[in-house]
Write a protein that binds this ligand. Structure first.
Ligand code: BG6
Length: 300
């Protein structure tokens, strides 16, 4: 299936009618719908999908650096590259590998331009899975095929669609330390569940692997489970910053919340031949039970 700009996309569907759409541009999940056809990810109404820069929203992959030397855009070149489908993905062995789910594997290898900017050879395999219960799982595997070690940062930059940011609470990060990007990356300790009354841009460090995003107006909870990703980035630009962003409509900040499973604070280092795996699953519960009822403390 092609999008409006002729860029190939893959659509996964489950028998219950849920779907996930992944664009070859950036291997970005551009849509995730539940079995009623309702969109669960935010995408900007002003989004322009024009290579090499993709639309705002969905779940872009941030890799391998903060600054992209090839363009002013931050958070790595992987999100603006054309990936390809692996028609012969490796066999599924474990539950972690999406056994029993529909999935697609996308691959990225650096081009000559990428190597000028970030001179390390890698192979990146992203597996996107859709489960029978509608949950989406993203599994990234990065292999060092270089002669020397290299280090990288990583994030699943998930733009969740919410009814109204003022009605949203994040549970599971209470007591975590965070770096506040709005305060020169100063370190603080969270005291409570997170609610939103102004711009938030934080990196929660070495945080629990299960967190919940409760949308009280929609009576919906996103449950996020991560593995191999120590940090969680929480970001909402609020009204002022939103007005300054050309690809977001005024007021659209109310309908979005970025919650990223990430390895940001301490880069991942891979020796030659080594492979790293980072996984994030997002499932939806159509209720806003508090965290203890959602088994947040219980790792899978
Ligand atoms: C967040 C960062 O993760 O992403 C913010 O913490 C940043 O500082 C934002 O502005 C940008 O998102 P995008 O999709 O434009 O890269």
């Amino acid at each position: 299936v092609k999008d409006l700009n002729g860029i190939e996309q893959v659509v996964l569907r489950n028998p219950q009618g849920a779907s996930v759409t992944v664009s070859m541009l950036g291997a970005r999940v551009t849509s995730w719908r539940n079995s009623h056809g309702e969109e669960l990810l935010f995408t900007s109404s002003k989004g322009t999908v024009k290579a090499p820069k993709a639309m705002r929203g969905g779940i872009p992959i941030c890799f391998p650096q903060f600054d992209n030397c090839a363009s002013p855009e931050q958070q790595g070149f992987a999100r603006n590259k054309m990936w390809r489908i692996d028609e012969n993905p490796p066999p599924l062995k474990q539950r972690n590998d999406c056994l029993g789910k529909s999935f697609v594997d996308l691959l990225l290898k650096p081009s000559g331009d990428d190597l000028k900017c970030w001179p390390h050879s890698f192979e990146f395999r992203l597996r996107v899975c859709l489960a029978a219960n509608g949950a989406i799982t993203l599994i990234s595997r990065v292999r060092n095929v270089n002669g020397k070690p290299f280090s990288f940062i990583f994030a699943y930059h998930a733009y969740l669609s919410v009814s109204d940011i003022s009605e949203v609470r994040i549970e599971g990060l209470e007591t975590s330390d965070y770096l506040d990007n709005l305060c020169k990356k100063e370190r603080f300790t969270e005291q409570d569940a997170i609610t939103f009354e102004s711009e938030v841009d934080r990196v929660y460090l070495s945080s629990p692997n299960v967190i919940a995003v409760l949308d009280h107006e929609k009576k919906r909870t996103f449950v996020i489970r991560k593995e191999g990703l120590p940090d969680v980035v929480v970001w909402n630009p609020w009204d002022k910053k939103c007005k300054g962003m050309a690809d977001v409509g005024d007021g659209e900040y109310k309908q979005m919340l970025c919650v990223d499973g990430a390895a940001m604070e301490k880069p991942i280092t891979l020796k030659p031949g080594e492979e790293w795996t980072g996984q994030m699953e997002i499932s939806v519960v159509e209720s806003t039970l508090c965290a203890e009822h959602l088994d947040l403390e219980v790792p899978r």
